[in-house]
Design a protein around this ligand. Structure first.
Ligand SMILES: Nc1ncnc2c1ncn2[C@@H]1O[C@H](COP(=O)(O)OP(=O)(O)O)[C@@H](O)[C@H]1O
Ligand SMILES: [Mg+2]
Length: 369
């Protein structure tokens, strides 16, 4: 079972993923190659090519502006639709390091991660070329004005997919990639609401120094783990915290920072006692988004347990993404819980200390046969 799951989680290149091999030095520009119809290559693009692709970086093609700079939609000469991110100047990183880092990111391919297909360096200008994801961000669908309510199964699908993408970055990439800016705006959606996590690895490549402790904290207010915000301490568990905040958004429909709703402005402190009560009473209605009419109570309980564990104040007590792969938690619970129970005592502690009455009992009586 574990083997099967592991293979399912691997990218299209499976265990022969190029990240497992040594990074080879490249000479000059390369064009994507195609193996059985899957594009596996990575390109450098000239400014002219990207200018043509975006109709001169026209306003009509502007998708948005985020922390990293402007993003334009473009169509390459081979017909591929892309999103081109024009990075803000001032990273201070040399061209060689930038190229090496970006090439590492370009080798990461996974169903739930946005692929980088190339880049452009012209003088001080740097652009990244990504596969285009057509249906906007999770933030847009959750909080956009007059958007139809996403139903529970869609929310579940997004949580599960994003968890798998993040787990892949943490567990299966060498070197391991810490995202640093997990948030609803960095979860893109395709037409069937399959999620794709965007911008992984970027924060490091743009803003960090060589040290393990960031001198310059970057992330998004409301999503940042406390130890990262206060001391710049960054581990995979800081991503887990941010992921927990996304789960809270999916459950409650609230933005992570909302001064009118939360006393201290943050969703996490507001949610902690409510989650505890909801789990104790097995009544989720006071906590769950009022727009969500129908949901599966069992899945809701699991999702709340996951969120509560992910946003624990102490990074040490947060689960890793592999223990917390929501897919396994929700859909293949027996295996996960038995493993979590056996291998990591603190994970069990996380669960029972939420506290979540009946949870321990349910492991014993209902799910371990
Ligand atoms: N690969 C992509 N496909 C489609 N749209 C994208 C892609 N990458 C970014 N965008 C859009 O561009 C906008 C700005 O992106 P970004 O700089 O990542 O902003 P943020 O800091 O909000 O994550 C986002 O709102 C997103 O909708
Ligand atoms: Mg982004």
């Amino acid at each position: 079972m574990h083997q099967l799951l592991h293979r399912e989680e691997e990218g299209p290149e499976g265990r022969h993923h190029p990240l497992r091999r040594r990074l080879k030095k490249r000479k000059g520009a390369e064009k994507p190659s195609s193996v059985a119809g899957i594009e596996v290559g990575f390109s450098t693009y000239s400014l002219e090519e990207l200018t043509t692709a975006t109709d001169g970086f026209s306003d009509a093609n502007l998708l948005g502006q985020g922390g990293f700079g402007y993003v334009h939609k473009g169509v390459l000469s081979n017909g591929k639709v892309v999103a081109i991110k024009h990075l803000k100047a001032g990273s201070g990183q040399g061209e060689r390091e930038f190229r090496a880092e970006i090439e590492i990111i370009s080798r990461v391919h996974h169903r739930y991660l946005v692929s980088l297909v190339g880049y452009c360096i012209t003088g001080a200008q740097r652009m990244l070329v990504y596969e285009f994801v057509p249906n906007g961000t999770l933030e847009f669908h959750l909080h956009g004005k007059d958007k139809p309510t996403m139903d529970w199964s869609t929310r579940m699908k997004i949580a599960v997919g994003a968890a798998k993408g993040l787990a892949y970055l943490h567990e299966d990439c060498r070197p391991k990639i810490i995202h640093r800016d997990i948030k609803a705006a960095n979860i893109l959606l395709d037409d069937s609401f399959e999620p794709k996590v965007a911008d992984f690895g970027l924060a490091k490549h743009l803003f960090d120094t060589d040290t393990h402790v960031s001198t310059r904290v970057m992330g998004t207010l409301g999503y940042m783990a406390p130890e990262y915000a206060s001391a710049g301490k960054l581990t995979d568990r800081s991503d887990v915290f941010s992921f927990g905040v996304v789960l809270l958004e999916l459950i409650t429909g609230h933005r992570p920072v909302d001064k009118t709703l939360f006393l201290d402005g943050s969703i996490v402190d507001w949610a902690r006692p409510l989650m505890k009560r909801a789990l104790e009473d097995e009544n989720y209605n006071a906590f769950v988004s009022s727009k969500l009419q129908n949901y599966d109570s069992f899945e809701m309980k699991r999702m709340i347990c996951c969120a509560a564990a992910c946003v624990r104040h102490s990074a040490r007590l947060r689960p890793s993404m592999s223990q917390r792969r929501i897919a396994r938690e929700l859909r293949r619970m027996p295996e996960t819980l038995i493993r979590a129970h056996d291998n990591r005592k603190h994970v069990l502690y996380v669960h029972v200390s939420i506290p979540c009455s009946g949870f321990k009992r349910s492991i014993g009586s209902e799910y371990i046969v």
